[in-house]
Structure formats: structure tokens, C-alpha cells
Design a protein. Structure first.
Lengths: 220, 220
DNA sequence: ATAAAAATTTAGACAAATCTAAAAAAATAT
DNA sequence: ATATTTTTTTAGATTTGTCTAAATTTTTAT
């Protein structure tokens, strides 16, 4: 695999994320994502095109070539493996892992990342519930379920909140449940479907059926 | 702690290593260490002086300021902790760890490096036998001697290889001598200072004076 | 002590990634 | 369909770390 600068890698990653969100990666969106100016983006897109990582059409935007896409997946693989390492082995909170992984993801050694993968036991999902590509770039988007359908002792990561009402958000805030929280079902009451859950392996909470129906979990 | 570029950090590290070797870090030696030209070094030294990391005297060379020295020790701490991690946790050979650690050492998070230190059990020495500075920058130089100075029937554990040339590493590989090997001196020839040694109580080897001078042993 | 050699610095240039300001193209509104 | 607004590109400048070639200082040798 060739060698790319931090900046190039970050552009490729940003383009990938825009594409998978269904958007075309155009100049202004990229400038926004990269915290830079449109003119700088234009320059970079021309360069990435020269390097055959994207197809670039002036006044339109760009798409990743197959080469660009595998580079993106490699960087995402590195990022998410490091996030897993930081969380699992070094005891970082899931909120803290992103910024550090943002730096570690640019360390290029192929052997490093594959050995790390092995050391971590080939995890499928990072601490935010996002899937980790394997060494070939394949990843399995984990299925998400409402917490209400969960059975005892199953755990996962909160990836979505159903209803966006202020009342619901307030309850979640109060119980310290948010996107990324790791939740494990401890007890379930048959008569009203309420449940006792453990949040981030730290504190427990009791939540009603209605609340559980609005919390969506990815299995980890 | 402030933020420095990869290049600045690498210069600081090179200056530190020259200083501890007893040399004055002058332009040509630095150009050699940094694989660059003298003119580039001059530019950089002026910059490092502006940043108060070195004292620089034209036509003489430079010395690290206290700030510069603690930065150097921090980078060395990162480097050696990562080497330990790669060797101990990911199963890299001690010859392979250096280049990867060279990249990892520039990841700046203070929390990362202190958590890593904790995770590794606060190791005192890296896979090459070099001491790891603690979070304050203190390190204990382990007592070690060149094998060349050894007398008959004395034995110890290989903790460091002096010169890092591929030619030397190849000989060591071939004779199955590595960091951690237990070595006992069986015979010594007066006329050329070559010696017969036993390695790991298993096989014997004949090694020249020059080779012996590059093998450092810790008495056990 | 003076000339020759070696080491170092200065001057001016370059590539990468960025910027601002102005020009050009595309989208939108009347 | 034409004018206005938005988006994007171009042109030219800036910063960082590098380079070559020439000038300068220091060291070494006679």
C-alpha cells in the first residue's frame, strides 16, 4: 500500500463519511467537514484525483475510486481498532477515545494494525457501536434493536433515540443515558415490562417499557 | 505542555542522543542524524532557539534547555513505552519495534501515555534494554557491561545491542543471540580477544572482539 | 602565520497545504 | 429570460521544512 499524508487521509475519510451518508462530497460540505476553506478543498481534490483516489468533476464534487474506498476503510479500521483498545485496555471513556484515535489512525504499519486486531480478539464493533472493517475492508453493520426487545444479560451500545421529545431527552439526561452508552439488561419485570439496566458498567437505572421502546441498541 | 511538530520533536530527540553520547550537537552531526543538509539544520536550530528548546551559538552548535530536555525525555518515554507494548503485547521481535515506535511516539495525548504506562505495569526497561523515563522524566540506567569486558565463567542477560547496523543484527540473528538471551563466557583467546560463549545454556558460539563489544549484559 | 580544507551560515528557491480576494459557473428567484 | 445569489474555481500570497550554491567562519596543515 502506498503512503499518504495525514491531510490526504483525513480528506479521504471525510469523503467516505459524506458518501455513506448518501451525500455527494462537494466542495462546501468538505470545507465544512475539514474545517477549512472551499479554495483549499478544490486544490486538494485536484491532487486526490491525480493520485487516483477520487473522481473529481469541477463544480460538481467527487466520488471515491475503488482505491480511495479501500484507503478509507483502512483508515476507519485503524481508527476503530484504536478506539476499542483505548476503551477496553486503557480504560478510556467512550467519549474520550475519538480524539486520540484520530491521531493514532495515521500510523501506517500494516503489521501493527493486524497484530493489534489479533491482540484485541478481532472485535466487530468499536465503543460507539460502529463496525470495524476487517483486514480486507469488509465490515458487518450491526443490527439495531429497541431495548424493549432485549433479553436478560444482553448488552449493547445506544445508537439512536426514537422519539425526540424534550420530555424524553430530559429523562435520558437525568439517567445519564446517551448515544454511545453501553447498556446491559440486569432484570426485567414481567407484569409491566420495565427493566433494570446497568449503564457504562457504572450505575444502574430502572426504566419503563415506553422508555425502553425509544432506546435503540446495537449488539456488540 | 505545548505542541510541537514531528520534525521539531525528532530534532530534539537527536540532539538529546548526541548530548548524552558526550558530543556537542553541532550542525553536521545533526544533519547526519536527521538525514538532511547542514543548511536545513541551521534553519531549524534558529527556530528551536526561538521556541526556547535549545541554546544555539552560530558556528558552535546547541544544547538543550531544561524545557528541551524534558521534551526529549517525554518523547523517549513515549517511544520506549510503545516499544515495550509492541514487543510484550503484540509479539513483535525486538528488531522490529523501533520503526513503528518512531511513528507512535509523536501521538501527543498525555493521558494516553500515562494510561499505557499503567497498562504495561510501569516497565523500567524497553526491549533493547534502554531505561524508560517515568512521567516526571526520571529514569534508572540499569547496570550493564559490554560482553567484551567479561571474564571467564561469568554470565548474564543480554539487555542491549550497541550498534544497530543491519550487518550486526544479521550476525546476532544467525547466532540466535537476542535481548534476554542468557550468555556465559566459556573461553577467551588472548591473541584476538575472541570468545567462546554458551547461549541460553543450549548452544555455543564463537564471537569476535568487535561483536562482544556490541553486546551488553546485565549481571543476574 | 598563512594557505588550504572543513564546517557552517546566508541567500534565494521550491513543494505542500493553506489562505484571501476576485472571477467564473451554476442555481434560484422574479 | 434575466437578474441575483450561491457555489466553486482561479490567481497570487503565506508558512513550514527543505534544497542548492555561494559566502563566511573556523580548523588544520605546512
Amino acid at each position: 500500500m502506498d503512503n499518504y499524508s495525514f491531510t490526504e487521509e483525513n480528506y479521504i475519510k471525510a469523503i467516505y463519511h459524506l458518501e455513506t451518508k448518501g451525500d455527494v462530497a462537494n466542495t462546501n460540505k468538505l470545507a465544512d467537514a475539514m474545517q477549512t476553506r472551499a479554495a483549499s478543498v478544490t486544490d486538494m481534490l485536484k491532487k486526490l484525483k491525480r493520485k487516483k483516489l477520487v473522481t473529481y468533476k469541477p463544480y460538481y464534487g467527487c466520488n471515491l475510486t475503488p482505491r480511495g474506498k479501500s484507503l478509507a476503510l483502512l483508515i476507519i479500521r485503524r481508527h476503530r481498532l484504536w478506539e476499542f483498545f483505548l476503551s477496553e485496555k486503557l480504560g478510556f471513556n467512550w467519549q474520550e477515545v475519538h480524539d486520540v484515535a484520530e491521531e493514532l489512525e495515521h500510523v501506517g504499519s500494516e503489521k501493527l494494525i493486524n497484530k493489534l486486531d489479533e491482540f484485541l480478539g478481532y472485535p466487530k464493533v468499536d465503543p460507539h457501536g460502529d463496525p470495524i472493517p476487517d483486514f480486507k475492508g469488509n465490515m458487518v453493520e450491526p443490527e439495531q434493536f429497541s431495548l424493549a426487545g432485549y433479553t436478560l444479560n444482553k448488552s449493547g451500545i445506544v445508537v439512536k433515540i426514537g422519539e425526540q421529545s424534550p420530555a424524553l431527552l430530559e429523562v435520558l439526561e437525568q439517567k445519564k443515558i446517551g448515544i454511545g452508552s453501553r447498556i446491559k439488561v440486569l432484570q426485567k419485570a414481567d407484569f409491566d415490562q420495565s427493566m433494570e439496566i446497568k449503564i457504562n458498567n457504572k450505575h444502574t437505572a430502572h426504566i419503563s417499557k415506553v422508555l425502553a421502546e425509544n432506546i435503540f441498541i446495537k449488539i456488540v
